[in-house]
Design a binder for this molecule. Structure first.
Ligand SMILES: Cc1cc2nc3c(=O)[nH]c(=O)nc-3n(C[C@H](O)[C@H](O)[C@H](O)COP(=O)(O)OP(=O)(O)OC[C@H]3O[C@@H](n4cnc5c(N)ncnc54)[C@H](O)[C@@H]3O)c2cc1C
Length: 474
């Protein structure tokens, strides 16, 4: 396997393959990992998806923050704090809040976990061209020609893989909607708030946000609209100094000018090549969805590739586009809705949507055609997120037990068995609304696969299972 691009999407894809014992090379054109903050919100669903790779989410949580409140600095000089959100975990949702953490830190933690499986990104290796045939993919790179059964193109918005495949990237670029994004060190502002300034009339740099990045001396600065000047150190110093008499810029660690670019592909697969993350969809950063959607793509694709490489039916790979394309379309919609809307004006429903906890594959090809996708039955249905729940008489949880194997079967009957799965006895049948004799198969990516009797679930599962079972390798 070759994964192109070692951003959050490529690192997650490589981790999902490597921890299942699949040989993977992770190629990245850049000489070193990206140092800028960019995405700084890790959504609750991403925290759940990464938790199954034991240790990743604990480490991220230790290096991030969930308690930072938005402080609005009004044009008349008054200050108002956004009410804090409830961050209390519940038995079915251990991480209910967006984790504030710079993207470079997420990538660092993923790289460290990937190293546990003997894989390191190969920095400075550029992919220039590729050709997919019946048996695999030939990849032309700056270190020579490589060959792989499958390739994942996670090489970002300007994806060479996407262009080489001729997959169109439909949407629009709005050159006039720009902002400067920078990591800066400064003095004179408290680090317990995400400071935001706005003005009713948008004059240059009337909108400014300064967010302290946890476990780091830096802040992420976002400011707009831009004027004709290059946002160099002098301009950034001016923006920062205008925040208050004691506020001063000390150092600029990274800076970039961001332009609104809203685009997505029409297909995630061409032959044996798959697109994931920004290579497949880009949009406004409002709502903190980009990195998270890339992680979601990688988790959806990773187990399917691993299963097919181990002998499962190849048609499983077609479910990747079918499941993830509607998700990307939805993300483009919510990020457009939130773009230009003040953070403090977000409704509870919008916050819930951006948490990604309600994303579902019910209507996809792995959904259950025998249940009405529009009706909420009791408990999660096929394609819905499989929530956490206490298990094994209070000694474990569903999420913890999911670390042991790709497929788990939840039941109230400890004797229930489905071939190729690990049985988990849930203590709280209410979360899953288990009827007597019913079991729930949970997919390797944490969504409900099927509900039914053990025999029904076993028959449905058989073609999806890898013929060669390997330990999940956590
Ligand atoms: C200001 C800002 C704020 C944001 N806030 C958030 C947020 O809060 N939450 C969120 O989820 N997202 C956010 N995002 C979006 C997020 O940064 C992106 O969605 C994310 O980086 C996408 O990850 P990726 O791995 O798909 O691509 P990238 O991070 O772009 O990684 C692609 C990698 O591919 C490599 N590459 C490129 N071409 C080649 C080639 N030919 N050969 C080999 N390697 C190649 C690159 O070197 C790079 O390392 C924000 C973005 C910006 C700009």
């Amino acid at each position: 396997m070759i994964v192109v691009g070692a951003g959050p999407t490529g690192l997650t894809a490589a981790l999902e393959l490597a921890r299942r014992g699949i040989g993977v090379r992770l190629l990245d054109a850049a000489p070193a990992p990206f140092a800028g903050s960019r995405g700084k919100g890790l959504q609750p669903r991403s925290q759940e998806l990464l938790d199954v790779v034991g240790g990743v989410t604990d480490r991220l949580v230790a290096l991030g923050r969930t308690d930072l409140r938005v402080r609005r600095h009004e044009p008349d000089g008054t200050v108002r704090d956004e009410p804090g959100r409830d961050t209390t975990p519940t038995p079915d949702t251990p991480w209910p809040t967006t984790l504030l953490i710079p993207q470079w830190r997420v990538e660092q933690v993923l790289r460290e976990r990937l190293a546990d499986f003997g894989v390191a990104p190969e920095q400075g290796v550029r992919v220039d061209d590729l050709t997919s045939d019946d048996d695999g993919v030939t990849v032309a790179t700056s270190i020579g020609t490589l060959r792989a059964r499958y390739v994942v193109g996670a090489d970002g918005g300007g994806s060479t893989v996407r262009r080489t495949l001729g997959v169109s990237f439909l949407g629009e670029t709005r050159e006039e909607i720009r902002m400067v994004v920078a990591d800066v060190e400064l003095e004179g502002l408290d680090r317990d708030h995400w400071h935001q300034w706005g003005a009713p009339d948008p004059v240059p740099y009337s909108w400014v946000a300064l967010c302290p990045l946890p476990a780091s001396p830096t802040w992420q600065l976002q400011a707009g609209p831009l004027d004709d000047r290059e946002p160099d150190d002098a301009v950034l110093a001016e923006i920062v100094a205008a925040r208050g008499p004691r506020v001063r810029l000390r150092r600029v660690a990274w800076r970039s000018v961001w332009r609104l670019n809203v685009r997505m592909v029409s297909d995630y697969r061409r032959g044996n090549v798959f697109l994931a993350g920004d290579a497949a969809h880009v949009h406004s950063p409002a709502g903190a969805q980009g990195m998270n959607t890339g992680i979601g793509d990688a988790v959806n694709l990773g187990w399917k590739l691993a299963a097919v490489l181990r002998g499962a039916d190849d048609t499983l790979l077609d479910t990747y586009t079918a499941e993830r394309l509607p998700i990307a379309a939805g993300v483009l919609g919510i990020s457009a809705e939130l773009s230009g809307q003040a953070m403090w004006a977000r409704t509870a429903a919008q916050v819930r949507t951006t948490s990604q906890l309600d994303l579902s594959y019910r209507d996809g090809p792995l959904g259950d055609p025998d249940t009405d996708p529009d009706t909420d039955g009791p408990g999660p249905r096929a394609g819905d997120r499989a929530p956490d729940a206490p298990a094994d008489g209070g000694t474990s949880t569903v999420f913890l037990r999911r670390r042991e194997a790709d497929w788990t079967v939840l039941t109230t009957d400890a004797a229930a068995r489905v071939p190729g799965t690990v049985t988990v006895t849930v203590d709280d049948p209410a979360t899953y609304a288990l009827a007597p004799g019913e079991v729930v198969a949970v997919r390797p990516d944490g969504y409900v696969g099927r509900r039914g009797t053990a025999d029904e679930v076993g028959a449905w599962l058989a073609p999806l299972l890898a013929r060669v079972q390997t330990p999940a390798g956590h």
